[in-house]
Design a protein around this ligand. Structure first.
Ligand code: NDP
Length: 310
């Protein structure tokens, strides 16, 4: 069946829902596709401390649930589907969903977010769900009083290491450089936590274990004269090395940078295809913040309203 809407919003993180709130209030009656992870990446964290308006922090799922309700209140219709195919070569734009239904739309807001990166080791696949995870808050519970390692030196890695330290008996932070890239406050949290040990200048070569992860093969100062390979016994291996944007479906039509982030005009959400707007992490290689994604969703809806009025 082919349906038609003026505005289709793809994605249900802070950018997608905020676009729904603004477009709904503008009377556009948008359709919003929630995708694989309703509520987006925030739903796999716990407390959000830096979203304005919540001085005592807010539960991430509650925050997203409230954004969802707020968008529905203004007439956004939310569907649980995933987009499988997109055709932006003619107007209206053509979108195919996982249930076989098709939508045509005059205007699109792409807010599909970003997904966790992996190191690319075959052992990551081998032990996936048996000791390897890219989400401490989803899987940390299984490592109570156990020993875990987190890979990465950015804010995500520090946040995940600090969270895991509340559950595990010991957390190793495996950092390839001799310093952390994370913000000062996150670094301090890591250095002041006696359960966390930072292994600088260390890379992971592989994982070992019978039925699940029992340890990691590591190398210290790879390629240097004092290079040292050793095995570190661990029960869990968490990746926190950044994200890649979920833009593949759109890349035949939209300009992306070398990492795949959708490129927009200046600080607007306008893409190179008129009527197609990109908001949130899929178009943001730098900030990855809920408040910034929400703001860009608002901008995208305002631009969509202007475009449709023309
Ligand atoms: P970043 O890109 O900031 O950091 C990625 C980290 O992973 C770096 O330390 C990088 O090392 C390391 N890394 C990348 N690839 C590999 C690899 N192949 N092997 C080993 N290590 C690797 O990503 P984040 O997800 O941490 O943060 C992204 C953005 O989101 C940042 O702007 C951050 O500030 C923000 N953020 C903010 C939070 C908050 O304010 N509460 C929470 C989480 C994220 P290297 O340094 O050597 O490149």
């Amino acid at each position: 069946m082919t349906n038609y809407t003026k505005l289709l919003i793809i994605g249900s993180g802070p950018a997608g829902y905020t676009a729904g709130i603004y477009a709904g209030r503008a009377g556009l009656k948008p359709i919003l596709l929630e995708g694989l992870q309703p509520g987006g990446q925030l739903t796999i964290t716990t407390e959000v401390e830096n979203f304005p308006g919540f001085p005592d922090s807010v539960d991430a799922n509650e925050l997203m649930d409230n954004m969802r309700k707020q968008s529905e209140r203004f007439g956004t219709q939310i569907l649980p589907n995933i987009v499988t195919k997109v055709d932006l070569s003619s107007r209206p734009f053509h979108i195919t969903l996982d249930d076989g239904n098709e939508w045509t739309a005059d205007c699109l807001v792409i807010a599909t977010g970003a997904s966790a990166k992996y190191l690319g080791l075959s052992d990551e696949q081998k032990y996936m769900g048996r000791g390897v995870s890219a989400c401490a808050t989803c899987d940390g519970f299984f490592y109570r009083k156990k020993v875990v390692a987190v890979v990465g030196g950015g804010d995500t890695a520090c946040e995940e290491a600090s969270y895991l330290a509340g559950l595990a008996s010991k957390v190793y932070l495996i950092v390839r450089k001799p310093f952390l890239r994370a913000s000062k406050i996150m670094q301090e949290r890591v250095f002041n936590n006696e359960k966390i040990e930072v292994l600088f200048e260390t890379n992971t070569l592989g994982l070992y274990g019978e039925n699940g992860v029992e340890g990691a093969h590591l190398v210290f100062r790879k390629g240097e004269s004092d290079e040292r390979k050793y095995d570190l016994p661990i029960d869990g291996f968490f990746l926190a090395i950044g994200h890649h944007p979920n833009s593949e479906l759109f890349s035949p039509w939209l300009k992306t940078n070398e990492e795949g982030y959708i490129m927009t005009e200046g600080d607007s959400p306008r893409t190179n295809v008129p009527g197609v707007f990109a908001a949130g992490d899929v178009a943001d290689p730098h900030y990855r913040q809920a408040v910034i994604a929400a703001a860009s969703g608002a901008k995208a809806a305002m631009e969509a309203e202007k475009y449709l009025a023309q």
